[in-house]
Design a protein around this ligand. Structure first.
Ligand SMILES: Cc1ncc(COP(=O)(O)O)c(C=O)c1O
Length: 380
């Protein structure tokens, strides 16, 4: 966590809104992930925060990457290009999985020359891949319970377990090779049973696939969903890891390779936003602060990620329940209707929000002409 004194100093120097990314925190999170899940190779989900500086820090630590669009693929590929020529192709699966189960034909055509590893979950995608990216290796994305996760994904993606082996066979008939399975338990998954049920579902599919002769399947990708410690109700990651390790060893002993696609867990706690109060009013007896960042910008996660961020004051003292609004003229631009803030803050004073590194800056817009927050990388 960056100290409040440092944040105000940085805001004075660089202006606001200022989105401060602490690379020491990114490194700490990555090392914790690897330490607690030693069998699992982490493919950072670039969509959580696509800053190339973050990709570089994780690349230097030995991370791999989950990308979901061609621009994300190219961000990561810039770093792979720096490797010696022989390693570049040899390493592409070790470094990148294209984990968007539905891809445009043009994307497949662009991807094919990299001989990528891609996910799929339906028959139409098998036909498209066979025709437009025949050099790809496939991973079948399976639908698993997303119960209680903050962002649920199972209504959009994932083959039902009942059709899984038929989809593996369909890929085989089309001349493609299925290398393994993937799933996603939903983002910010605090219901650890989702992970355990997903492992059980995957084990059953593996067994049936092997029995039907698809012996090349050696990858299990356990997706994202690892929860960030937004508040004290989130059970510690080490508890999830302990349960996962035991089940992975029981159901998927080596030589099965285990991958994961953590996004939020690696970057949520690594960024803090500093914003400035630009106006103040009392409406229906309630104090309202207007700040120079909002739901169309860094706080976009409130809408797209279903996440709430607390807004804090640098000034100590008694507080009352206040509303905090963003700068645009849309009433949707509401950061919070209930924040504990001092009533005596003035225009020009600074506020800050911690744990705002995932799915925030990534979905910022320029609505109403307000530019996104300036991004500052510290401890690189
Ligand atoms: C396919 C896929 N993998 C990984 C992630 C990252 O998930 P999380 O940030 O919850 O770890 C997502 C998030 O939506 C995803 O769709």
């Amino acid at each position: 966590m960056i100290k409040p004194g440092t944040l105000t100093r940085l805001a004075a120097k660089h202006g606001t809104p200022l989105f401060v990314v602490d690379h020491d925190a990114v490194r700490r999170n990555y090392r914790a992930f690897r330490r607690h899940l030693p069998r699992v190779q982490a493919y950072y989900a670039v969509k959580a925060n696509p800053a190339p500086e973050i990709v570089e820090t994780l690349f230097d630590l030995g991370a791999s990457f989950d990308v979901a669009s061609m621009p994300e693929f190219l961000i990561v590929h810039e770093f792979i290009k720096g490797l010696p020529a022989r390693q570049r192709q040899e390493f592409i699966w070790d470094k990148i999985i294209y984990a968007n189960p539905v891809k445009a034909v043009e994307t497949l055509e662009d991807l094919d020359r990299y001989k990528p590893l891609v996910t799929y979950d339906n028959l139409e995608e098998v036909r498209k891949i066979a025709r437009h990216a025949p050099h790809a290796g496939l991973v079948l994305r399976v639908r698993v319970p997303n119960t209680g996760s903050m962002v649920e994904l199972s209504s959009k993606f994932g083959a039902s377990p009942a059709e899984a082996v038929d989809l593996i066979e369909a890929a085989h008939v089309a001349g493609l090779v299925v290398e393994g399975l993937s799933f996603h338990v939903g983002s910010q998954c605090t219901n650890f049973d989702n992970f355990l049920q997903a492992l059980q579902v995957s084990a059953t599919i593996f067994e049936e696939a092997w029995a039907r002769g698809f012996r090349k399947m050696t990858i299990l990708d356990i997706g994202g969903g690892f929860p960030a410690p937004y508040d004290r109700h989130v059970k510690p990651f080490r508890e999830l890891a302990r349960r996962l390790n035991a089940e992975l060893d029981r159901l998927f002993p080596p030589p099965i390779e285990i991958l994961a696609e953590p996004g939020r867990f690696l970057v949520a706690t690594a960024a803090t936003l500093v914003a400035r109060i630009i106006g103040k009013a009392v409406r229906d007896g309630k104090l309202c602060y207007y700040i120079n960042d909002g739901i169309y910008h860094t706080f976009s996660g409130i809408l797209f990620d279903h996440c709430q961020y607390h807004v804090k004051s640098f000034k100590p003292g008694p507080t009352e329940i206040c509303s905090v609004f963003g700068p645009t003229c849309d009433a949707l631009d509401t950061v919070s209707l209930a924040e504990d803030l001092p009533p005596d803050l003035e225009t020009g004073d600074l506020l800050y929000s911690e744990n705002i590194g995932a799915y925030t800056q990534a979905s910022s817009t320029t609505f109403n002409g307000f530019p996104p927050a300036k991004i500052l990388h510290v401890n690189r």
